[in-house]
Design a protein around this ligand. Sequence first.
Ligand SMILES: Cc1ncc(COP(=O)(O)O)c(C=O)c1O
Length: 436
Amino acid sequence: MPDWTRSRQLLDRARRVLPAGVTSNVRAAERPFPLFFARAEGAILTDVDGNAYIDYVLGQGPLILGHSHPAVLAAVERAMRRGQLFAGQHELEIEVAETLTRLIPCAEMCRFGVSGSELVQAALRLARAVTGRPLILRFEGHYHGWFDNVLLSVAPPLDRAGPRERPRPVPGSAGQAASVLADTLVLPWNDLKLVDALFAERGHAIAAILTEPMMCNTGAIPPAPGFLEGLRRICDQYGALLIMDEVITGFRLGLSGAQGRFGVTPDLAVLAKAMGGGFAVAALVGRRAVMERLARDVNHSGTFNGNVIAMAAAAAALAELERDDGAVYRQIEALGTMLMDGIRALAQRHDLPTLVQGFPAAFHVAFTDLSAIRDYREYAQHCDTERYGRFKVALLRRGVRVLDRGIWYLSAAHTPEQITRTLEAVDAAFAEVRAP
Ligand SMILES: Cc1ncc(COP(=O)(O)O)c(C=O)c1O
């Protein structure tokens, strides 16, 4: 069992100068407490006490090639020696944009930024500009960043969330502007009838539907058959824009993202995590006619947009992902399937009602009697998150790091031997959490 003495000491020290001892709120909730890390390579993360973990957190998703990928690091080192920030253009920006327009179905033009949160804002601004309408429809349980107008109904307490057919937007933080509530409509995901009914009532005031194409932030829920197609049809019918937030799914579900995998092309999409090989980069991509408003009257700016390090990292990461016709994805598919099936088999052996759902590159493990989770409320009502919290800590103590909220990410750096060791840890952790 690991000794976490140094991590505890650093957390005490950090709490004096960093609120909650962390720099991103989500990290404060990590069980058993926020750990401190010293280094990472491939699929292995090592903490400041020298404990090594097989990592299924992968920086919250970006590290699809694993930590410290040599080709990405070499490209960044080479590029940054020629300068880091020009406050002007450079050729790598065009190179990465050309790659994105070749790979991502909706991408006719691109704009780069640093984080997913800010480019979601750019997408919403564009949608309002091109439609001249105020309202945005989003879905319960989806996460689109921490800004006022999107941190709504991400994980709402059900006693404040309103009726399922017409949920109330619930702010996720103190201090959010109340005015954003008037511009936001919320529905449960995967229920096309409710979207149709809402558009019949208010469709001519709706600028865009904003959706994760797979609900990765709660339950790794795939779209119901016909759901994304239905959103596309409704947007076309009412002249609204379909915005896919592919911050997680982009370059994780495949080279063409979720939109390629599910065969539904949005007007705009936001890509981020997996495109940067672990470096901070994000892209807004979309239809030329919409994107060109950025050349006219819609503002999106940023000191660090398209910086040399970000573009060099993205160019190198995308080259690795494309190598041998996407061999990385076939490898992740094979290992991830082995892991998902292994967890299911062990759960059965321990007689522990467990649902493993999603895709090998991003799947979710929940303790529940349900055979599928289709929306946020099913997750909130039927999954035993307290037991999952204990399971997570039991795994951590056995050298396997997963996120508290149930999602597991896989990388091309994981090995069959690590999957076997992970399943041994799962076996022991299941035995531990089976006790009430
Ligand atoms: C689907 C989705 N959209 C947007 C964001 C926000 O991206 P960032 O944390 O880079 O601001 C996230 C972050 O996890 C996300 O999962």
